[in-house]
Design a protein around this ligand. Structure first.
Ligand code: M6R
Length: 357
């Protein structure tokens, strides 16, 4: 039930802090330590390479997951769009483990890959919000997102839950391999949940940004570097999906290789700046587009913020910033769609789960 909310999407955005806190509880043992089914951890650590397969928003979560698993557990990860994998299969490693990420657990493109990799004898893990879903039943192992039903077509709380589960998986896999992490993931996720709450309380600011930048625009660019690049892909998908504004996410450094030709006077460019090692370079990219007339909106993280930033998100662990930085992008998309009179929960031409290949 959406209660007093005008749309499920807004309710689901607001539920994110609660979902993260619930996940911390669900993936903890009696001693209060992070814990994941030992068979899953063993399967991960026996693999020489992980293949994440997913579509849409779940694919974007997979990109963030790659970063987490490679950094913390030191296992190589490839992330594939399911529909491409089916028809253009990459060379597989000797001991691959497949991870299917799917909110619904019913996405036909992902299932087609699962069927194929099972035929090849590969082990599989599904990360899904729906217990008993097809992908969950057909894979060897399942990790649940515990996000509660996601009704809006635009995925929000499932995305952040997917990243949180991947972060916990990466930390547990690292520990099982004897890698000493200097991060207490449970504690850091608690900080993330608080940051998300602060961000959800700043809705009016996101509404202002949507009104100021997106009320009448034809297009909008999102830029980011490092993990921010993955988050801007998601921000752009959210915006185009529900507001029908032509939106694309780009790696900051890639703009000058072609896309910058599209920048005109007043073109909105939303830039994320949450990563210290690329803070100056992403700001350099913003200067490049401003010089061509763009209307920049920099969303940065506390501690890395500079004068003229349009919005500053609370500081969280640098590896977990997507969980916080996506919230303003979800809200900006929501208000842009709302102001433009779109049906936020049921955008045209789309279904909640895509059950055809
Ligand atoms: O249920 P799934 O996670 O497998 O769905 C995958 C995509 O269809 C889905 O994430 C889609 O991109 C969303 N509508 C994006 O908001």
């Amino acid at each position: 039930e959406k209660g007093t909310y005008p749309y499920y999407m807004l309710k689901e955005i607001d539920e994110q802090p609660l979902v993260i806190r619930r996940l911390i509880e669900k993936y903890r043992n009696e001693q209060g330590e992070l814990a994941i089914d030992e068979d899953i951890v063993q399967a991960i650590n026996e693999a020489d390479r992980l293949y994440i397969v997913a579509c849409g928003t779940s694919y974007h979560a997979g990109l963030v997951g790659k970063q987490l698993i490679e950094n913390w557990a030191k296992i190589p990860v490839e992330v594939h769009i399911a529909s491409e994998f089916s028809y253009n299969m990459p060379l597989l490693s000797e001991k691959p483990l497949f991870i299917y990420i799917s909110q619904s657990g019913e996405t036909a493109d992902s299932r087609a890959v699962l069927v194929r990799t099972k035929e090849l004898g590969c082990k599989s893990l599904t990360i899904t919000n729906v217990p008993g879903s097809t992908l969950s039943r057909e894979a060897d192992y399942t990790l649940l997102l515990h996000a509660g039903p996601e009704i809006a077509v635009a995925s929000t709380k499932a995305y952040t839950a997917q990243i949180a589960v991947l972060a916990m998986l990466a930390a547990v896999a690292a520990k099982a391999k004897g890698i000493a992490l200097d991060v207490d993931v449970t504690k850091e996720l608690g900080i993330v949940a608080n940051a998300m709450e602060t961000l959800c309380d700043a809705k009016h600011e996101m509404e202002n940004i949507a009104r100021e930048y997106l009320a009448t625009t034809r297009n909008c660019f999102f830029i980011g570097r490092a993990v921010d690049y993955y988050v801007v892909l998601e921000g752009a998908l959210k915006l185009k999906e529900i507001s029908y504004i032509q939106a694309e996410g780009f790696a900051g450094g890639e703009l000058k290789h072609g896309t910058i030709a599209l920048i005109e006077k007043g073109t909105p460019v939303i830039a994320l700046a949450t990563q210290e090692h690329v803070n100056l370079s992403i700001r350099g990219n913003v200067k490049e587009v401003v010089a061509r007339g763009a209307n920049p909106c920099i969303i940065s993280m506390k501690g890395l913020d500079m004068e003229d930033d349009r919005f500053v998100i609370p500081a969280v662990h640098p590896m977990l910033t997507p969980l916080a930085s996506v919230v303003p992008l979800q809200l900006i998309a929501y208000y842009a769609a709302l102001h433009r009179g779109c049906d936020v929960d049921k955008p045209r031409n789309l279904a909640k789960s895509v059950t055809v290949e």
